[in-house]
Write a protein that binds this ligand. Structure first.
Ligand code: SF4
Length: 361
């Protein structure tokens, strides 16, 4: 049931007054997920919170955390005459070291936007003389569909379908933030859709090992306000627990069927994250029995030269160390029309959200 605007406003006032009463010191909460970042801006939650409650964005925007080396590899593949690239649309504008997929498409590269990895299979079937490479970017939420696509390609005997995997897992990035000497997060709003697949267990360490409260959170304004309220109550009471605000969707055990497909096709592997560097066990690599679908195994590339954009502080934004307008490029040399870094490209990027919704409070 959806609330009316008036009911929502009354409920919001109730929560924010309660929050203001309970905060006795400045607290820093991280909304891990890019979808939460956008929902927080769109619903004006930042303006509702007392000044002592700071919200910082985290590493949960899949396009943003994909490093330039991946983009440069994808661009190098797109330049080959024997390939077709399939990708989600928001990868097109992300700047690589010296080009974008959009620029390569304009120059004639065969790059096709898909809304599901499964759409790559008919492309592969219709183009047997080409290698069709799907740019597999995303977290626990999207990886099961990519895994199902690999299984279907196997069933259909499509050996010209390949995957360039940059799938990532959220919990290892949180562990990196929590163990970093420069990070200070008092509580986490955890991504409801990733937890809907993984379940609660992978997030338990946040509270149990690091004594930081964490709440798995839905995406409506009231979900987020309630989750903030739960975090503040825990902090006020000196508690650190893992709570599930999004019980209508997230089961403690997650989605075992999706996880089974994922675990059949992929295994955890080290992965590079923009702003974090390499994190052990934070990526997903195709298991040996499916490695013939791996683009880098089947079509190795030499000498992909890569560098991060000069002055871009996207990495610090993704670790919650700065807010976007602390970057000197923000709103000047970096805008959604002319992005310098990935965080200004994706609709879920913190810089793009700050720009679109008017810079925070
Ligand atoms: Fe990078 Fe642009 Fe964000 Fe600055 S404003 S951190 S250059 S994406």
């Amino acid at each position: 049931m959806r609330l009316t605007a008036e009911e929502t406003a009354r409920a919001a006032a109730f929560f924010t007054e309660g929050i203001a009463r309970r905060v006795s010191r400045p607290v820093r909460l991280m909304e891990v997920c890019g979808t939460h970042t956008v929902a927080i801006f769109r619903s004006g939650i930042r303006q509702l919170l007392p000044a002592s409650v700071e919200l910082v964005s985290g590493p949960g925007c899949p396009v943003c955390v994909t490093p330039n080396e991946y983009l440069d590899t994808a661009i190098a593949y797109s330049r080959r005459p024997d390939t077709i690239i399939t990708t989600f649309g928001d990868m097109l504008k992300v700047p690589g070291s010296d080009s974008t997929l959009m620029a390569e498409k304009a120059r004639g590269a065969d790059i096709r936007i898909v809304y599901s990895p499964l759409e790559s299979l008919p492309v592969a079937r219709d183009n047997p003389g080409k290698k069709v490479i799907f740019l597999a970017v995303g977290f626990e939420t999207t990886a099961p569909t990519a895994a199902a696509t690999v299984l279907q390609a196997e069933q259909q005997g499509l050996d010209n379908f390949l995957v360039l995997s940059a799938h990532k897992l959220v919990p290892p990035a949180l562990q990196t933030i929590l163990s970093a000497p420069d990070g200070k997060v008092d509580g986490f709003l955890l991504p409801g859709h990733a937890a809907a697949i993984s379940g609660l267990e992978p997030y338990r360490f946040v509270a149990e090992t690091y004594q930081v409260p964490a709440v798995v959170t839905g995406f409506e304004a009231l979900d987020i306000l309630q989750a903030i309220y739960i975090l503040i109550e825990q902090l006020a009471g000196g508690k650190a627990e893992l709570a599930n605000q999004y019980r209508r969707v997230v089961k403690p055990e997650g989605n075992p069927s999706a996880r089974k497909i994922l675990e059949q096709v992929y295994q955890p592997a080290a992965a590079n994250w923009r702003g974090f560097g390499g994190i052990d066990g934070s990526g997903l690599a195709l298991r040996p029995e499916y490695r013939h679908f791996d683009a880098q195994t089947r079509l190795p590339l030499d000498n992909v030269v890569t560098r991060e954009p000069a002055g871009c502080r996207c990495g610090e934004v993704l670790r919650g160390l700065i807010v976007p307008d602390a970057c000197p490029h923000f709103g000047r040399s970096c805008t959604p029309e002319q992005p310098v870094g990935a965080c200004m490209v994706s609709v879920e990027g913190a810089c793009a959200a700050w720009y679109k919704y008017g810079q925070g409070r």
